[in-house]
Design a protein around this ligand. Structure first.
Ligand code: ZN
Length: 197
């Protein structure tokens, strides 16, 4: 995963001591631009949507993946956060793309972080409330099925991701204590940001 050439100027990267460890860098003394490779980070976002079923039993929204990786696996809806959007916007976009449902953010419910080889990956999970839309009934190439399921039904799903089960169970059983989103004005011309507190 480590870069050999500078993504800015194409100069060969050399190891240098920056912030207490050796990192690939584009050394200015060799005619480079000063770029430092701090490594790769990625951010995913998942949405928890719970409703009361016709029999009064609480259910959570799940999707079945129609494509690799993990084709046929069930998870809560979500996906990667694009570099030019915030995580809360990403999760509402992904939930609508994958399920057809429009939602509103009720807060940040969970954070999962893992240092994979070559990629430090984080996953943030939001509790969402349905505001509109219709659940997709036609399969599309990416999403094979969409539906609401009770905990009892989830326990019988062999391809349900364990993390999705844990999160859905916590949401269904009202055990989540989500952090609330607050909009904060940026200073010195910086855009506003969302603080979860
Ligand atoms: Zn460079």
């Amino acid at each position: 995963m480590r870069m050999n050439f500078c993504p800015n100027c194409g100069h060969k990267l050399e190891m240098g001591l920056i912030a207490y460890r050796e990192r690939p860098m584009c050394k200015t003394e060799d005619g480079g631009c000063g770029f430092i490779d701090f490594g790769h980070y990625s951010l995913g976002a998942g949405g928890l949507v719970v409703r009361e079923g016709p029999d009064g039993v609480r259910q959570a929204l799940l999707i079945q993946r129609g494509e690799e990786p993990n084709k046929g696996g069930w998870t809560i809806p979500g996906g990667f956060v694009e570099f030019d959007e915030t995580a809360d916007v990403a999760v509402m976009r992904e939930v609508e793309e994958e399920t057809g449902l429009q939602t509103r953010n009720l807060g940040l419910a969970a954070f999962r972080n893992r240092a994979n080889p070559g990629d430090n990956n984080s996953y943030v999970v939001f509790l969402l409330e349905i505001t509109g839309g219709e659940i997709h009934t036609e399969p599309d190439p990416e999403i094979a099925q969409v539906g609401f399921f009770s905990l009892e039904e989830m326990r019988k799903m062999p391809r349900l991701a364990p993390l999705s089960y844990e999160l859905a169970a916590a949401a269904i059983e009202n055990r989540l204590r989500p952090f609330q989103a607050t909009q904060v004005q940026g200073v010195n011309g910086a855009p506003p940001f969302t603080l979860y507190i």
